[in-house]
Design a protein around this ligand. Sequence first.
Ligand SMILES: *Cc1c(COP(=O)(O)O)cnc(C)c1O
Length: 361
Amino acid sequence: MTRLWNFSAGPAALPEAVLRQAQEEMLDWHGAGCSVMEMSHRGNEFTAIIEQAEADLRELMGIPEQYKVLFLQGGATQQFAQIPMNLLAGRSADYIVTGSWSKKAFKEAQRVGTVRCAATTESSHFTRLPVAEEIKLDPFAAYLHVCTNETIHGVEIPAERIADTGVPLVADMSSHILSRPVPVEKFGLIYAGAQKNIGPSGLTLVIVHRDLLGMAPLSIPTVMDFAVMAENGSMLNTPPTYAIYIAGLVFKWLKAQGGLAGMAAVNDEKARLLYQTIDNSGGFYTNPVDPDCRSAMNVPFTLANPELDAAFLADAKAAGLLSLKGHKSVGGMRASIYNAVSLAAVQALTDFMNDFAKRNG
Ligand SMILES: *Cc1c(COP(=O)(O)O)cnc(C)c1O
């Protein structure tokens, strides 16, 4: 068995220690006599698993008591609809569009109700953040939606750029949640699909301030109502039990790495190394994003000569480096360097990139 260096954008690498523990516990979880996959979500064993997962997540992120943590299904894409269903309450909401994902969120919300684009950087090919003068906020908006890390375009909003605008801030953090400390109290709602930086696909985390619960009209389906889900401890119906269990193991692993501050230190080092390799390649590789908002998790880059793309990917695969092909909408390459991607993996990648450039430059 060989595990290669995995730069997949999602579903993405998981910590090997977590997979090994899951393997060990696969057939018989802690003497329960069955797998986590095979036990009732309402039994004592699974209740302990989900409660521990929530407690560890709260500790890791410093989630204040007045926020509910929901373990949902449907992916971040379902949240593009579920959030306006729950929070619009007949009003309008603002969206800042900084890449493909926030653009999708904005488009989907238009199917639900009234939303405005408060700023977009599409004319700059989503390579920067909007400056203050470009952002036209509605002071009466039900909420302001942002995507704090654009997975495809590699644009990340640094925490210190998150300003209080007077309306609840809603953030899609799918691809960088848990990568560094985040001031949860600045947000009304944080959501993330699990398969980038949390665990397996099928689980979606929603962290929501309790003041935002209970605004949904009665016309929305029960299963879509955040307040109902919160009242039922995310168990109105069967939750994605195995994904929650694995996420819980990831949370324990993160705590053992020094928590989110510990992860941030490693993630900064990984990102520094990769961007430095790109910037010092004499134009062989290029990342188009403004240095002040380059993502530490998703690093898109192009080769000056796109005719070398296929050789780059083939040679990378032969060197044990997986999933470096860029998203089709931006082309080129993308290395996703989530929490479970080690500094050694990024070193292997940058060694390969330097060597490839030397051989083909
Ligand atoms: C992957 C991703 C999504 C979509 O997630 P699904 O779980 O596939 O619906 C949405 N937003 C961001 C930022 C993402 O990275």
